[in-house]
Ligand binder design. Structure first.
Ligand code: NDP
Ligand code: 2IT
Length: 454
């Protein structure tokens, strides 16, 4: 058998094939490898999944649309960016996943995110396939009108590829309520249709309550479930959080509400450490400063005495019980993971997508601490997006209490799926990475088997 024909039965041949077919796409290869390590083990005695090359097919996006985005800045200069939409897999529902605006966005980054999203969305139990989009546009320092013109230009191409029953984008890094508003406005203008084509919309035009809070809150609900499963809880625990955007600030808020103490926030330039604890008033300041004004976290230390700023560093050296990486991919490496474990960290819940490198994942797995991968822990955001889609289709708005209860129920359901597939006989330890990968895979894989070779 040649390597090419063998790669659906042998893990190393499979990974070699993924690398060969995706040159220079390190993030995508990393995401596929992390999943494949668990799936190959699970499917070794399940011939159909091999025969129909299910994992190989999930790791080949249905399509990648790449397009030029031209816009005019405030000085009248013409600027050219690159935009993408990666539609990874729609076996269990319309493509669904965020849009990221950041200079680091590449096809590889969006392919890894769309691949991860496929498993995450499956875990939620809602009918959503996996997709992701974005552009290498840097919103920092841009005026409101520049962002508006960029969003309009981006949607002028994207509108052909999306739709309430086709592909439903949402926010991600650099894309929040303002950008979704501009994109929805342009979609409506071009198509003359008011449909649930985007989620994370303003409450006045079809948005859902608690969508803004859902990812950060969900990551803490998942953390709480992991702790409760071993007879512990959040109360009295110290937490180190990276990032200072939507996910980080809402994760912090929920930790504080549950009686924990938040010690850090970070951004792309460094991190702040506040030994007194970052309480709700301080979180509100960070939200206004970072989300609304897109300022630097460095300014925190001028506002709150007793806190420290560490330029160019990440927060993982701060001693803590709980760690929540909520900024970006590969922000926590093998050494950082070793430091956290050595300092007594007992649980990690990933608010960001793939924040931990493969070496870091292996450190957490080997140390057998409670470790929730992003595809499970941060699924609260897309879950409430799914609930926004349902509300839009039915043309109704659910109440906050109903949505809070549904979010908690979905996060508990994801935790239960991870326990079901990540546990092993003879040990109480749960491998949440394995549990999330297998539970997420199984539903998509079985739908693909039902469809035959398409
Ligand atoms: P925001 O744009 O609101 O915030 C991003 C935060 O991460 C900012 O503090 C930003 O700092 C920091 N950051 C971005 N890029 C880097 C980098 N290269 N190095 C260090 N810090 C960086 O985004 P979100 O909070 O929405 O997203 C954060 C993470 O959560 C992402 O991984 C995203 O994919 C994931 N996620 C988001 C969901 C959502 O609903 N929004 C749902 C599920 C996952 P700076 O201000 O310097 O750029
Ligand atoms: O990574 C993610 O899950 C998101 N950025 C949210 C996707 C969504 O469709 O709400």
């Amino acid at each position: 058998m040649s390597v090419a024909t063998q790669d659906h039965v042998d893990l190393s041949a499979f990974i070699a094939g993924v690398k060969r077919r995706n040159p220079g796409q390190d993030e995508f290869v990393q995401a596929v490898q992390e999943v494949a390590e668990d799936i190959f083990d699970f499917i070794q005695d399940k011939e159909q999944y091999h025969e129909y090359q299910i994992l190989r097919r999930i790791a080949e996006p249905d399509r990648v649309v790449s397009f030029r985005v031209c816009w005019e800045d405030d000085n009248g200069a013409i600027r050219v960016q690159r935009g993408w939409r990666v539609q990874n897999n729609n076996s269990i529902g319309p493509y669904k996943g965020g849009i990221r605006f950041h200079p680091s966005v590449t096809e590889s980054v969006l392919k890894f995110l769309a691949f991860e999203q496929t498993f995450k969305n499956s875990l939620t139990g809602l009918p959503m396939g996996g997709g992701k989009g974005g552009a290498n546009f840097n919103p920092k320092g841009k005026s409101d009108h520049e962002v508006m013109r960029f969003c309009q230009s981006f949607m002028t191409e994207l509108y052909r590829h999306v739709g309430a029953d086709i592909d439903v984008p949402a926010g991600d890094i650099g894309v929040g309520a303002r950008e979704i508003g501009y994109m929805f406005g342009q979609y409506k203008r071009i198509t003359n249709q008011f449909t649930g084509v985007l989620t994370g919309k303003g409450l006045e035009f079809g948005g859902s309550l608690i969508r803004t809070e859902a990812t950060g809150y969900g990551a803490v609900y998942f953390l709480q479930s992991m702790l409760e499963n071993v007879g512990d809880g959040v109360v009295g625990k110290t937490a180190v959080i990276s990032g200072s955007g939507n996910v980080a600030t809402h994760a912090a808020e929920k930790i504080v509400q549950l009686g924990g103490k938040v010690l850090t926030f970070s951004d792309s330039d460094g991190f702040i450490y506040d030994p007194a604890g970052i309480d709700q008033a301080k979180i509100n300041w960070v939200k206004a400063h970072k989300t609304k004004r897109r300022g630097r976290i460095e300014e925190y230390v001028k506002e709150f005495t007793g806190s420290e700023y560490h330029a160019g560093q990440r927060p993982w050296g701060v001693k803590c019980d709980l760690a929540l990486p909520c900024a970006t991919q590969n922000e926590l490496d093998g050494k950082d993971a070793e430091t956290l474990v050595k300092n007594g960290c007992i649980a990690v819940s990933e608010g960001a997508n793939m924040p931990t490198t493969l070496a870091g994942v292996h450190v957490f797995k080997n140390a057998k601490i409670l470790y929730a991968p992003g595809k499970a822990a941060n699924a609260g955001g897309v879950s409430v997006s799914g609930l926004e889609m349902s509300q839009n289709s039915a043309r109704i708005s659910w109440k906050e209490e109903q949505l809070q209860a549904l979010l908690i129920d979905i996060m508990h359901g994801i935790h239960a799926s991870c326990v079901e597939y990540g546990g092993a006989a003879g040990t109480k330890h749960i491998d949440y990475v394995r549990g999330a990968n297998i539970a997420g895979f199984k539903k998509v894989a079985d739908a693909m088997l039902a469809y035959g070779v398409v």
